[in-house]
Design a protein around this ligand. Sequence first.
Ligand SMILES: [Zn+2]
Length: 424
Amino acid sequence: MAQQVKRAFRYRFYPTDEQAAELSRTFGCVRFVYNTALEERTRAWYGEQRRISYVESSAALTEWKKTEELAFLTEVSSVPLQQVLRHLQTAFGNFFARRAKYPRFKSRKKSRASAEYTRSAFKWRDGKLTLAKMAEALDIRWSRPLPEGAEPSTVTVSRDSAGRWFASLLVEDVIAPAPATNAVVGLDAGITSLVTLSTGEKIANPKHERRDRTRLARAQRELSRKVKGSENREKARRKVARVHARITDRRRDFLHKLTTRLVRENQTVVIEDLTVRNLLKNGRLARAISEASWTELRTMLEYKCAWYGRELVVIDRFFPSSKLCGNCGAVREKLPLNLREWTCDNCGVVHDRDANAARNILAAGLAASACGDGVRPQRESSRTGRSSVKQETQRATAGIPRRQAGEEANAAPDRRTGEGVRAV
Ligand SMILES: [Zn+2]
């Protein structure tokens, strides 16, 4: 059955000078309202243990606009200012529910500048988008078509640190389910390859990645040598931002293709919870990029599985996927990082390290999925590194061959994960 989903389509656009000025002003006001409201809520929370509601914040905003020194807030569309208060409300909701950390201030330099317009604050006519307080429609480059007859319900405008402008349009879309299949797949997060599949297939990082990373490192070195506040430093900063933006874009593109393929080809996809895993040791930059890849990969798998009626199983991060022999179930004591291939002492089977891990992940996931409702992705809890893990362990490890007695006592911590091996 086809599913109706809300889906965001993001496009680049090129503002006129007036539009750029109007949007920059709006971004500034959005940030100001957010930070001021956050400050008030913080004072109320830490000073009086009192929670300020969205309605109160909204009323305060109305009062601010009446004062002389904050009258500039009336010059921009009021909708993005209301919207950012809603976002702050959500952030506090997550904090009180212990799903997230305490909300942080938006920084002029570091935070992404954005403004959200709801239906009353933009015009959508004949495929042209005009924002409130603007005379002309935005010059959007329609890099891919919107769904037939789509009516955007929300438009988010943003500018990244490389100075590029984007409009993201939220529309209703109808998604047809992917054709039924019995295929299943397990994924192992790799070091030499980004992902190894349980089928043995290795998916490398895109070829340009290494070169881009070298460029980024060079640009960052140059930036660090420039005098603070100088014109040249600003130039160097933009250069870093541009290289960064390109890496992010290419990575996203690559991950979209990969996840779409995996979800279309398989009924069940099993991954490991890698939130806190100490994945890579070959340089800080490589690690940051790979971790970002993994977070993004997981997010994409989550929503695409939901779209196409597939199951995503996330197994516990303490599961000894690499050191477990997929053939006989014996667990190795040690498996040094540089050992890409190993022979099981017990049954003599030769394993490719990553492919064996991927197969073990798959087996654990299928066992978990069969003995209940599957292990649901638990994003918030895993992000804060708490809860659900224990529960996942029990379910995820059901049906996994048991380790022989006595082995656990001298089991060395897994060097790759940096975690101790837990009892099965
Ligand atoms: Zn074996």
